[in-house]
Design a protein around this ligand. Structure first.
Ligand SMILES: [Zn+2]
Length: 134
């Protein structure tokens, strides 16, 4: 919805900065048919700006789930923030290629974005064979 209003040049910079990976679950764009979204971290409807600092590359699954918290009262602040936090500080990848939250924020994000769905784990295994995950 709001991604259409992100200028193409800005979208390109976000994709480059993210190295064409979802900044939440680290999925690579390379193996996916659906184009990843340039997402507003702080939603536009809540005053989030269309600036490099407030944009993140998100796969379609993470983008959709992130925008629809199950409970309206859930503070979005508890979600992992790709600009203010380092991924490695909040998440681990297990030997089975599950993403494990190391912090309350990491765990809440894994839960909300449902990062360990069986299909996603199967995709991660394929990606790992190609050297694209983690
Ligand atoms: Zn993702």
């Amino acid at each position: 919805m709001s991604r259409d209003s992100v200028p193409a040049a800005l979208q390109r910079r976000v994709r480059e900065r993210a190295a064409d990976r979802c900044e939440y679950c680290w999925l690579s764009q390379a193996g996916q048919e659906a184009t990843f979204h340039v997402d507003h971290i702080h939603p536009r409807q809540e005053g989030g700006l269309t600036t490099l600092e407030n944009l993140a590359l998100a796969c379609v699954s993470c983008s959709r789930r992130k925008g629809a918290p199950p409970h309206a009262e859930d503070p979005p602040a508890s979600l992992f923030h790709p600009r203010w936090a380092r991924w490695e500080d909040h998440f681990d990848v297990t030997s089975e290629l599950l993403i494990a939250g190391k912090t309350p924020t990491g765990r809440a994000t894994v839960e909300l974005l449902r990062m360990n769905r069986p299909l996603v784990i199967a995709i991660r295994r394929e990606e790992a064979l190609r050297g694209r995950f983690p």
